[in-house]
Design a protein around this ligand. Structure first.
Ligand SMILES: [Zn+2]
Length: 524
């Protein structure tokens, strides 16, 4: 996620190519989902089939399942508590809230019972009818009904735009450290199992849809490309779907991802281009709101530049599609990443800041999507490292920095990239990152500390790491980290091990800084 506002205010191969890591294992969950959007009732009804493969050495008698639409249900959820603590309003009216119900889990033979995790109604313990032995698979199905909330905290509807995120029943991660069930939070992100998604979305034909995965409906895809090519070279033209009658069912396939989000709007302006990479041609789409002032005219270019930047920094983009979606105009949360598709909510962005936020969110395909660390416990591993690469992108392209923004002195434009970054990091070091970088998301005292520590203090830490290792050695080590941990779940000790193996250096002094309170006082 990217949160621009807090900082500005305060500051003034693809699959299976990784080298085996001895004893490493991870679970696999494949999904088959049929879902219908009721755009008048702002709701979804569907059925999910989950194929859960137990690759662990342990026998499982239950699965923890996330039911995250319930986070929006009342004023007692973990999300509501965090929103209220941040002095923001929880949705009061019934129509504005969200929930999931009509669940009836089955393994094909037996109906399966679940109970909520204490007071968390968005986490459930699902008892299996029989023990799931190591190497075994269980197929679980359930119908579901979701009432979408009025858009807030990454999900919901606004008018006729639908941001369908965290919307289906989904097993928590079981890894070498055990189960990781977690209630949905505003400040604190995700941790999910990899698998294959086969998702069919039924909705009125007048909607344009952006989603994780590649669209299987050839005619619809051809129309998006045709319209998108025209719009990419011309001022915004209304697309063709607005007047369409009836309903349609769009099918998306995605391999080796750990989440699936989708976005539907009648007014999306589609833009399209192709990007040639070493692995083949990637379809690049953007879906924006109609607006004369919009910087989105350049959005496809920004996405392409971002993909090139992260490919040269870390490694090959492995998916066939990359997309960015413009969210509701009244929200300025920055953006939110999902595999292959990102939601951008920065209505007043300048060219540089829109490029920065799109790049940040596209960059999460590498640091969250492909390298899938436990973000809830170690948020710096995706946000901090990703922000470090975003800052480098902004420095190289514009001598710009999203956090410092308009306060960057004019003469900084004449500096070399390295000198510019050195000055920027020095300035950022003055921000009051009181809590240690290694703080679990739920343990941050407030929104500002979460923002400053997870994004900025952690990016400064990466810069210190670069000063310690040297830029070339860090780049080499990060590429090894990507190769070894892509489509996997690394922890901080795995990250450190790769850096030390690649560089031959003892990095204990730098890793000790992850536990230090307050800012780094001039070290950056
Ligand atoms: Zn982020």
């Amino acid at each position: 996620m990217k949160q621009i506002c807090f900082a500005a205010c305060l500051l003034i191969s693809v699959i299976g190519a990784a080298q085996d890591t001895a004893g490493y294992w991870q679970q696999k969950v494949d999904y088959n989902i049929d879902v219908q959007l009721d755009d008048r009732r702002k709701s979804l009804s569907g059925r999910v089939t989950m194929n859960y493969v137990n690759n662990s050495p342990d026998t499982l008698e239950y699965l923890w399942i996330h039911l995250w639409p319930n986070a929006y249900k009342n004023e007692n959820t973990a999300l509501a508590a965090q929103v209220k603590a941040g002095k923001k309003k929880v949705r009061k009216s019934e129509a504005d809230r969200g929930f999931i119900d009509s669940l009836a889990f089955s393994d094909g033979t037996n109906s399966l019972q679940f109970e909520f995790e204490g007071t968390n109604i968005d986490v459930a313990k699902l008892s299996l009818a029989a023990p799931l032995y190591p190497g075994s698979t269980v197929t679980i199905t359930t119908p579901f009904f979701v009432k979408l909330p009025f858009y807030y905290s990454r999900s919901g509807y606004e008018g006729n735009q639908f941001m369908v995120c965290q919307w289906y029943p989904k097993p928590a991660v079981y890894d070498r450290k055990g189960w990781h069930p977690m209630p949905y939070l505003e400040h604190g992100e995700f941790y999910s199992e990899f698998g294959r998604y086969d998702v069919s979305i039924s909705l009125p034909a007048s909607y344009v849809v952006a989603a994780t995965g590649s669209l299987q409906n050839k005619q619809e895809l051809a129309q998006y490309k045709e319209i998108g090519k025209v719009n990419n070279n011309n001022p915004e033209q209304q697309q063709k779907f607005n007047g369409a009658n009836g309903t349609k069912t769009l099918r998306y396939l995605a391999e080796n991802v750990h989440d699936f989000a989708w976005f539907a709007d009648k007014d999306f302006i589609i833009r399209y281009d192709t990007l040639a990479t070493d692995a083949g041609v990637v379809d690049v789409f953007s879906y924006s709101q109609p607006s004369r002032k919009s910087q989105w005219a350049n959005s496809v270019q920004f996405i392409e530049d971002a993909v090139r930047h992260y490919q040269s920094s870390l490694g090959q983009y492995p998916y066939p599609v990359v997309a960015a979606v413009e969210g509701p105009g009244n929200s300025t949360s920055g953006g939110m990443e999902y595999p292959m598709v990102t939601l951008i909510t920065s209505p007043d962005a300048t060219r540089e800041s829109l490029d920065g936020v799109i790049t940040h969110e596209v960059g999460h395909n590498w640091l969250y999507g492909i390298i899938a660390s436990n973000e809830r416990d170690h948020a710096w591993m995706d946000e901090g490292i990703n922000t470090f690469y975003q800052f480098r992108y902004e420095a190289e392209k514009y001598r710009y920095n999203s956090v410092v923004g308009k306060y960057i002195p004019k003469e900084f434009k004449d500096l070399s990239t390295e000198e510019f970054l050195s000055r920027i990091y020095k300035a950022l070091t003055s921000l009051p990152g009181k809590q240690p970088i290694e703080t679990t998301s739920a343990a941050f005292t407030d929104r500002d500390q979460y923002g400053i520590v997870v994004y900025i203090k952690s990016s400064i830490w990466m810069y210190i790491l670069q000063l310690e290792m040297g830029e070339e050695a860090l780049n080499k080590a990060m590429q090894l980290y990507f190769q070894r941990w892509k489509f996997r779940h690394p922890y901080p000790e795995d990250f450190r091990q790769v850096l030390e193996e690649s560089s031959g250096k003892d990095l204990k002094p730098v890793f000790d800084l992850l536990h230090v309170e307050n800012n780094f006082g001039g070290k950056g």
